[in-house]
Design a protein around this ligand. Structure first.
Ligand SMILES: Cc1ncc(COP(=O)(O)O)c(C=O)c1O
Length: 429
């Protein structure tokens, strides 16, 4: 789809609401939005935090409860294939990552999956002792690395591994023969800045360093090709662009060639080669099964599986094109409509360097976002001053960009964000 008419290309032509409407009419993904249960009067730009429910979701969960659990009781573990849900759901995620179906499992949370991979790779690394991470990684990734390294150091009376935190620009220069494993997030949760998976993974490999990528803000937002990019290890979220529901299981990916080399530091009976032999010692299951730890949460797995159905036979290239276009157009509208209101663009302006979100800075960002949410325009806020707008390509319309920017303009122009009610903080921002 062409985003700009020939006469508009390369110019700063003014965008109009009818023009954006026209883009919606041409959008090959427009029909997919109809599969989601989005509330009336709400403009949802937070699918990068929690994806919306599909219309089929409650029916499917009801069916699992009433028919599978209700009817089959414990027999459902075999009859309904519950035991294989980690692999079954992983196989649905795999094409979105550019991997084979036996290279991904759905399990636990991003945090736990990262622990499993970091511990296994640290163990494999023998004499290399450094875990390298970028300071701007999502905090849970840093805490997991800190906890793992701290525990091993305490056990080794301070002689164990070391966590090295570096700035984004220092990362490549910090790779060296002492680094056992590195962990990075592809799309920065604050600014939406997108790392080049291929370039960074190759640079690390030249130093013998495996990288565990956190793809929480990538999977389902745009097509990935991990195999082609040489990525061997990844984790990611099920509740954002994969629409698996609040607290949905995460995923863990390891390319086939590396699976048998790894022994997870978080070994549980469901990842054992033969769990129902109840042996005393742990023997890792074949392939990705070893990364399953405890009993899969069946209702949450069923929800994630249902959320992923929306991606069946979707043109994944269209995801990226629309995500980029939404971000580009939003930035153009911000430039066009919000100059003089104390707002600046915090995300890369170049689409190739950006995930499917745009963050804006405003000195009173928290209150501005609360005022927007009160108007039904839902984004979120990240400290200290970031207004985040997520453009999930399956559910956001082009015309929503116009309406969101106009609402933001009203909030800023009227000063309504200064009202006391927009300053109250809840537990989740
Ligand atoms: C990049 C990234 N990693 C991890 C998480 C959270 O991980 P978990 O599923 O363990 O809560 C988030 C949550 O927003 C995230 O943005």
């Amino acid at each position: 789809m062409s985003l700009a008419r020939p006469e508009e290309r390369g110019t700063a032509a003014m965008l109009t609401r009818p023009r954006l409407h026209e883009l919606d009419r041409q959008d090959p993904l427009a029909a997919v939005r109809e599969r989601f249960a989005l509330p009336e009067g709400v403009l949802y730009l937070d699918g990068n935090s929690l994806g919306p429910a599909s219309k089929a979701m409650s029916g499917r969960i009801g069916e699992v409860v009433a028919v599978e659990w209700g009817g089959d009781l414990i027999r459902a573990w075999n009859r309904r294939g519950w035991f294989r849900l980690p692999e079954r759901v992983g196989a649905r995620i795999a094409p979105l990552l550019g991997l084979a179906s036996d290279e991904v499992v759905a399990a636990d949370s991003v945090s736990l999956n990262l622990f499993k991979l970091l511990s296994a790779l640290l163990r494999r690394a023998a004499d290399r002792r450094v875990v390298l991470a970028e300071r701007s990684n999502f905090p849970t990734d840093l805490y997991i690395a800190e906890g793992l390294v701290g525990m091993l150091r305490d056990l080794a009376s301070g002689e164990g591994p070391e966590l090295r935190l570096v700035g984004a620009e220092e990362f490549l220069g910090s790779l060296g023969p002492d680094v056992a494993v590195a962990t990075l997030t592809q799309v920065d949760f604050r600014t939406g800045r997108k790392r080049d998976l291929r370039r960074v993974t190759r640079a690390a490999r030249d130093h013998g360093v495996p990288v565990v990528w956190d793809l929480s803000h990538s999977a389902g937002a745009f097509a990935l090709d991990l195999r082609a990019d040489g990525v061997e290890f990844a984790v990611g979220c099920g509740y954002k662009y994969l629409n698996g529901g609040p607290g949905a299981p995460g995923f863990l990916a390891v390319v086939r060639e590396r699976q048998e080399e790894l022994r997870p530091g978080l070994a549980g009976w469901m990842g054992h080669a033969e769990p129902f032999r109840f042996e005393t010692g742990y023997r890792p299951g074949a392939g990705m099964r070893r990364f399953v730890t405890g009993t899969p949460p069946v209702l949450s797995m069923a929800a994630l599986e249902e959320g992923l159905r929306v991606f069946e036979s979707l043109d994944l290239g269209a995801l990226r094109r629309k995500g980029e276009a939404l971000g580009d157009l939003f930035i153009r509208l911000v430039d066009q409509r919000l100059s003089g209101f104390g707002v600046s663009v915090a995300s890369p302006r170049r689409a190739a360097a950006r995930g499917s979100q745009v963050s804006l800075r405003h000195g009173d960002g928290f209150a501005v976002m609360q005022a927007l949410i009160a108007r039904g325009v839902i984004g979120d806020f990240r400290e200290p001053d970031l207004l985040r707008f997520g453009f999930a390509p399956l559910t956001v319309r082009y015309v929503d960009l116009w309406d969101a920017v106009e609402a933001l303009r009203d909030v800023l122009a009227s000063g309504e964000f200064r009202e006391e009610r927009h300053r109250r903080r809840a537990a989740v921002t």
